[in-house]
Write a protein that binds this ligand. Structure first.
Ligand code: NAD
Ligand code: IPM
Ligand code: MN
Length: 369
């Protein structure tokens, strides 16, 4: 009954180093909670695959993934080999769009034992969820270059916000806020400067908010919102944002909690018509690849989110998630830690320690549902 098919795509760079640790911890949790995980290891979606085949994925990629319960994804991109817009639009961005993974859920939390770059912050002061729109907005490929190569050259690119796309994002964010203790939502906007789409976003938020009288909410311009992530992070509970604003906030948020290496993400198709995808927020990190020093926590935490989401019974998946989170908390507090956390442990050592702690862990805080 608790049996799932997972497509495993490690991708490029440190994706290849953190993925084995993610699987190690998933396996430990699966053993402990009686979950059967069947992995389908897939080579495509990497720049290595591109070098051989001239494209990131085979043409029938969608058919090949039909029926998987989720995709567990490392990172993609190797700019020296393939231009980023080619590799990313040929893989991760394609999954998000074609599988209608319109929610990109990205938690940021300050843990015990992790040095915080913000002064005087302790665990509990930073604990929020970014709900990033993941299929439209500023990431539309609508546009073009005119008068190319001349002095009159002009480049244009549209942002596309549909009512359908914006409303479903906002509803998800309000629902999530409703389930959390503080029941607060901040909507990222920029209605002073971006005077067409952003006042419209404000209007959509106000209309949706009327259905959630129990949720307190506010809207903040993205510039001051970013400043408050640094100055007053305790103000935030759930933050809803467009695709680009959410992208930026989801590097800034985890940076405020010490390192990008901790940050997980869940690219969700909440209706489950298509597989959802779970990946760390970080990329392939060419600058540290090959040294076995990447922090595996973002990958591991993403696996916890995956187990929670795919198990619709809401029992073992949730328990496995909580056990993994407790194990992460314990290892962050006691070590071993990778260099980005101030330690000197390897990726493998940290992954093994978390897997061992999963065998013992009991419970932890919730992420979603
Ligand atoms: P990056 O996230 O790969 O790295 C940014 C910085 O953070 C680097 O200094 C890196 O060493 C550090 N870092 C990242 N993850 C870490 C970890 N787990 N532990 C310790 N340190 C970590 O971003 P970038 O350098 O802008 O991009 C590199 C490549 O990755 C590019 O091709 C980019 O397009 C791609 N990328 C892919 C994804 C994805 O697959 N979802 C996300 C972001 C970037
Ligand atoms: C992320 C990444 C991607 C994004 C890039 C690699 C296209 O930065 O997952 O946050 O912008 O969404
Ligand atoms: Mn990003």
């Amino acid at each position: 009954k608790h049996s799932f098919n997972i497509a495993v795509i490690a991708g490029d760079g440190i994706g290849k180093e953190v993925m084995p640790e993610g699987l190690r911890v998933l396996d430990a949790a699966a053993r402990r909670f009686g979950i059967a995980l069947h992995y389908k290891h897939i080579e495509w979606s990497s720049c290595d695959y591109h070098a051989v085949h001239g494209k990131m994925m085979p043409d029938d990629w969608k058919a090949q993934l039909a029926g998987v319960d989720a995709i567990y994804f490392g990172a993609v991109g190797w700019p020296d080999a393939v231009p980023d817009h080619i590799s990313l639009w040929g893989s991760i961005l394609k999954f998000r769009r074609e599988f209608d993974q319109y929610i990109n859920l990205r938690p940021a939390r300050l843990f015990e034992g992790v040095p915080c770059p913000l002064a005087n912050r302790k665990p509990g002061d930073i604990d929020f969820m970014i709900v990033r729109e993941n299929t439209e907005g500023e990431y539309s490929s609508v546009g073009g270059v005119m008068y190319e190569g001349t002095e009159r050259e002009v480049v244009m690119q549209q942002s596309v916000f549909s009512r359908h796309g914006t409303d479903r994002l906002l509803k998800f964010a309000f629902e999530l806020a409703r389930k959390r203790e503080r029941k607060h939502l901040t909507v990222a906007t920029k209605s002073n400067g971006i005077a067409v789409s952003m006042p419209w976003w404000d209007g959509r938020a106000a209309e949706i908010a009327a259905g959630y009288p129990d949720v307190r909410w506010d809207k903040q311009h993205i510039d001051i919102l970013s400043a408050r992530f640094v100055l007053q992070p305790q103000r935030f509970d759930v933050v809803a944002a467009s695709n680009l604003f959410g992208d930026i906030l989801s590097d800034l948020g985890p940076a405020c909690t010490g390192t990008l290496g901790l940050a997980p993400s869940a690219n969700l198709n909440p209706e489950r018509r298509f597989p959802s995808l779970f990946e760390p927020v970080h990329g392939s990190a060419p600058d540290i690849y090959g040294k076995n020093i990447a922090n595996p926590v973002g990958m591991i935490w993403s696996g916890a989110l995956m187990l929670d989401f795919i198990d619709q019974s809401g029992t073992v998946g949730r328990q496995a998630h909580d056990a993994i989170l407790a194990a992460i908390e314990q290892v962050l507090a006691e070590g071993p830690r990778t260099p980005d956390l101030g330690g000197s442990a390897s990726t493998t050592e940290m992954g093994k320690a978390i897997a061992a702690a999963v065998e013992r862990a009991t419970s932890s805080t919730r992420d979603f549902t």
